[in-house]
Write a protein that binds this ligand. Structure first.
Ligand code: GTP
Ligand code: MG
Length: 195
């Protein structure tokens, strides 16, 4: 995808109805602070259109980024953020659930995990939940720049085993610092959305 114009079109809060955008959507899920918003900025060639933070829990709404008036990249709130009340967590969970369940145009769900860590129980739960909704999650292993090159293959294998990925299941490493992996992710999005 050649980026011509991007904009934050729709912000969907706890009380909002899931919008019917009429254009293909791909969504990015993953635990808080894993790098969802940073990846979306990287894909859009923008430094800070999607707000990022070193503090987990930055994105608290479902944000729809319009790409070239052709499709949407959808930034989901992160899970597993300890400093949020159980009630709040439940609300966010319900919101993500409602989106996965009700979006008419969702073509693919990307699940982000930190390349340095084994997937958590929450990651596994999210993976299973995405599958349960009829999507084959594409895994993105984030923060590639933080790992020694010699460790990459081993980490990817551990993530694959931890999530119980099938042989065909895709896992793509990415760094928001170096943009390594960006072209591969766009190639896949283009393929999945038919654009
Ligand atoms: P929530 O909105 O809280 O769910 O987090 P998020 O998943 O959107 O994470 P965000 O993109 O805000 O990134 C969290 C922190 O990780 C920020 O300080 C980013 O700068 C940093 N970060 C994200 N991706 C990378 C990466 O590829 N490499 C490095 N070194 N840091 C990254
Ligand atoms: Mg975010």
């Amino acid at each position: 995808m050649v980026i011509k114009n991007v904009s934050l079109d729709i912000v969907c809060g706890i009380t909002s109805k899931i919008p019917d955008t009429g254009r293909p959507e791909v969504a990015f899920a993953g635990k808080s602070n894993v790098g969802k918003s940073s990846l979306i900025n990287g894909l859009m060639n923008r430094k800070a259109l999607a707000r990022t933070s070193a503090q987990p829990g930055k994105t608290q709404t479902i944000n729809f980024y319009n790409i070239n008036e052709a499709m949407y990249l959808v930034d989901l709130p992160g899970y597993g953020y300890a400093r949020v009340s159980a009630a709040e967590k439940e609300k966010w969970g319900k919101m993500i659930e409602a989106y996965l369940h009700n979006s008419k145009e969702l073509r693919a769900v990307f699940l982000l995990v930190d390349i340095r860590h084994k997937p958590s129980a929450n990651d596994k739960q999210m993976y299973d939940w995405i599958c349960h909704n009829g999507y084959e999650p594409v895994i993105i292993a984030t923060k590639l720049d933080k790992l020694k090159r010699s460790q990459v293959a081993k980490s990817l294998k551990e993530i694959r085993i931890g999530l119980g990925l099938s042989k065909e299941g895709k896992i793509l490493p990415f760094s928001a610092e170096t943009k390594q992996g960006r072209d591969e992710i766009w190639a896949l999005i283009d393929e999945l959305t038919g654009l």
